[in-house]
Design a protein around this ligand. Structure first.
Ligand SMILES: [Zn+2]
Ligand SMILES: [Zn+2]
Length: 393
């Protein structure tokens, strides 16, 4: 699933950073930093403390006007101002897996390997490059010991996206759009990641469930309602659930200590039989996929998992293997099974319940960051109150 929007260079938001050097009556050389923007889009600014050679060592909480910054972790650090890209987002790089993504200013997690670290440790290569340039300009200005202004012109940088690399400023910075842009349903954070599935970089919630429930299942329901063959929908629904289980299985294999036999089972084989999936997740991880489900829902889903193979490989005709494994006595050998629209909708409902159980159980083992989720919950409540207040008046 690629779109023309994949891997497009995203310009910097522009503006100018001006260092003003002055000498006080005490003969000490000082500097002031001024950031100005001419961008038509909202610009977000972050700041880090960096060593003189341009190595970031701590995030700065800029706060509002009048709020003092947190102090540097030690003497001799310089504050470096870093602006968002022209879409108000920031590129990030994971020091562990080398992954790249875009999201808001301060991520807590790598979306790919789930590394948890301080925001400044996830600066993108472009931002690190810029940080080195920034410190060089600042230190040169301090060394020359002359009063005056030195400007880093970011507009020049922003305009250079369309130019060839030889025409670009030496400290050129631009970010790159990835493949899947989404807002996390748990905390509302914007994420732009490679591939389709990952951890939310702010709260650490996996997006597989929201993808499955909000996109895959909705699409299959629309297809069946507009007359698609029910057999095809059953096949695709079970296959999508298989993919979902495989994603969580793969992540559990990476995040939870397991024997190599279990890692192999989780990562090398697919999830075709409901009974086996249930047993694995219940016995190894204490996750009950069928918690809260009616027995009829479970047995119907179990049957559909077996039928998927008939629709996939056998044109929907009953074979001996199916009869033997499923124990289905409602059909005979060689019969073509006919599914109903209602049956598809019922199966989708069951799969969503199982997916939710899997997701919840998964995050009991793989920690999330509750702060952003709580903040989003409170925001929704406030908006809800305002909306109710408006309609009442
Ligand atoms: Zn990573
Ligand atoms: Zn989130």
């Amino acid at each position: 699933m690629t779109t023309t929007d994949d891997f497009r260079e995203i310009a910097h938001s522009g503006g100018k950073i001006t260092f003003t050097f002055t000498t006080g009556v005490d003969d000490r050389h000082r500097y002031q930093i001024n950031v100005s923007s001419s961008s038509p889009v909202p610009v977000v600014m972050i700041a880090v403390y960096a060593l003189p050679q341009g190595v970031p060592v701590s995030s700065i909480q800029l706060g509002g006007i009048g709020t003092p910054w947190n102090p540097p972790p030690f003497e001799g650090c310089y504050p470096v101002m870093i602006q968002s890209d022209s879409q108000g987002q920031f590129g990030h790089h994971c020091p562990r897996c080398d992954g790249y993504w875009r999201s808001g200013p301060w991520p807590n997690f790598c979306p790919y390997c789930n590394l948890r670290a301080e925001g400044y440790q996830f600066l993108s290569k472009a931002q690190l490059h810029f940080t080195r340039h920034y410190c060089r300009v600042l230190l040169d200005g301090l060394k020359t010991n002359e009063d005056g202004k030195v400007v880093i012109d970011m507009d020049e940088v922003a305009d250079a996206v369309d130019k060839s690399s030889s025409e670009r400023p030496t400290f050129y910075i631009a970010e790159e759009s990835q493949q899947h842009k989404y807002r996390c349903l748990a905390c509302e954070e914007f994420n732009d990641i490679l591939g389709r599935f990952g951890y939310c970089s702010l709260c650490g919630t996996r997006n597989d469930l929201q993808e499955f429930e909000g996109n895959t299942v909705v699409a299959i329901r629309e297809r069946i309602n507009s007359g698609a063959p029910p057999q095809d929908c059953i096949r695709d629904a079970v296959a999508a659930f298989d993919t979902l289980v495989a994603q969580y299985g793969k992540q559990l294999a990476e995040q939870v200590p397991l024997t190599s036999r279990r890692v192999t089972r989780l990562t090398k084989y697919s999830f075709h039989e409901l009974e086996e999936i249930r047993t694995i997740f219940r016995d190894w991880f204490d996750i009950d996929l069928c918690s809260g489900l009616k027995e009829t829902e479970v047995s119907q889903a179990r049957l559909m998992f077996y039928r998927r193979h008939l629709y996939e490989h056998n044109g929907g005709e009953v074979d001996e293997k199916y009869l033997e494994k499923s124990g289905d006595t409602s059909v005979r050998l060689k019969q073509v099974i006919r599914e109903t629209r209602e049956g598809v909708h019922a199966l989708l409902g069951t799969l969503v319940k199982m997916a939710r159980n899997l997701h919840t159980g998964f995050h009991e083992l793989v920690a999330i960051e509750p702060g952003p989720i709580k903040a989003f919950e409170e925001k929704k409540k406030r908006i809800g109150r305002v909306a109710t207040g408006t309609s009442a008046s």
